[in-house]
Design a protein around this ligand. Sequence first.
Ligand SMILES: Cc1cc2nc3c(=O)[nH]c(=O)nc-3n(C[C@H](O)[C@H](O)[C@H](O)COP(=O)(O)OP(=O)(O)OC[C@H]3O[C@@H](n4cnc5c(N)ncnc54)[C@H](O)[C@@H]3O)c2cc1C
Length: 278
Amino acid sequence: MLGQLGEAAKFLAGGQSLIPLLKLRFASPEHLVDLNFISGTSFIKEASGSLRLGAMTRHAEIEHSALARKIPLLHDCAAGIADVQVRNRGTIGGSLAEADPSGDWATALIALDTTVHCLGTAGARTIPLKDFVKDAYTTALAHDELVTEVEVKIPAQGSGGAYLAFKRSAPVYPTASAAVQLTLAGDVCQDAAIALGCVGLTAVRATEAETALRGRILNDTTIDAAAEGARAAADPQPDMRGSAEYKRQLVVALVGRAIRIAARRARGEEMEGAHLYA
Ligand SMILES: Cc1cc2nc3c(=O)[nH]c(=O)nc-3n(C[C@H](O)[C@H](O)[C@H](O)COP(=O)(O)OP(=O)(O)OC[C@H]3O[C@@H](n4cnc5c(N)ncnc54)[C@H](O)[C@@H]3O)c2cc1C
C-alpha cells in the first residue's frame, strides 16, 4: 500500500512518536497505513542462538517477557521507556525506524549483536543495526520499506550487560544513557561493548572506553579509565536538560555504574538495573 500511495503516505505503528508530530503539524501525511491490524508481527521467540522480536512488539511486552530477560539489557531498556501508557503502545520497530537521537532502543541494541530485518517492494534484506541508523531521524529504510523483525544474538555464558538512562521524570526522554555488555573470564574482561545515548546525533560507540577494559583485570582503576574514555567519546549539545559539561559528567557516572552491574550479571548474579531519575 505504501508503494502505491507514494511519498504522501506513512506507516503507523504505536503512534507514540508519529501522533505527537501530527498534532504539532510537523508531519502531515495524506494517508496512514496502520500496521496494528497485521497479525503475526508482534512476537518474542528464540531461534538459532538469537532472540527475534517482531517489529510491532510493544515495549511493555518486552518488559514483561521472561524470554527477553535472557538478555537483561533488553529488559532494562524496555522497563525504563517513558511511562506505562507509552510502553503499552510504542513498538521496538517504530522506535528504530524513528531514529530519534534520544530514543532508548538504538543505544541499548547497538551494544549487542543486532540485525534489523526489512521488507519492501524490492524484497527482503537484513541490515546490521550499526548500518541501519544513518543520522538523527534517518535510517537506511526506503520509503516503502518496513522493519519486520529485530534479531539480537544471545550473548555467551560469562557475558553480562546493563542499560542505564538518567531521566528528569518518567514520561520524558533521557538526559543521557549508557549500554554496556561485558564478557568476563574470571576477573579479566575479555570483551566489552559500550554505547552512549543522547550525547550525539546517533548512539555513540565508546571505543576508547572499550579498549580501556579489553584484556584487563576489571577493578576500580580500569572501570574509572573506561568511564573517562566514555567522557571523551560523548559529544553532547547543551539544552534544557543540561549543559554539555554536565552531560559528559553524567556519562562518566552512568558508564561506571553500568559496568559494575554488567560485571555482576556476567558472574551470574541476578540484579535489577533500574533507571535513574533526577
Ligand atoms: C510522552 C512520551 C515519552 C516518550 N519517552 C520515550 C523515552 O523515554 N525513550 C524512548 O525510547 N522513547 C520514548 N518515547 C517514544 C516511544 O518509545 C515511541 O513508541 C517510539 O519512539 C516509536 O514507536 P511507535 O511504535 O510509537 O512508532 P510510531 O510513532 O507509530 O512511528 C514512528 C515512525 O516510525 C515509522 N514506523 C513505525 N513502525 C515502522 C515499521 N515497522 N517499519 C518502518 N517504519 C515504521 C512511522 O512511519 C513513523 O515515521 C516517548 C513517547 C512519548 C509520547
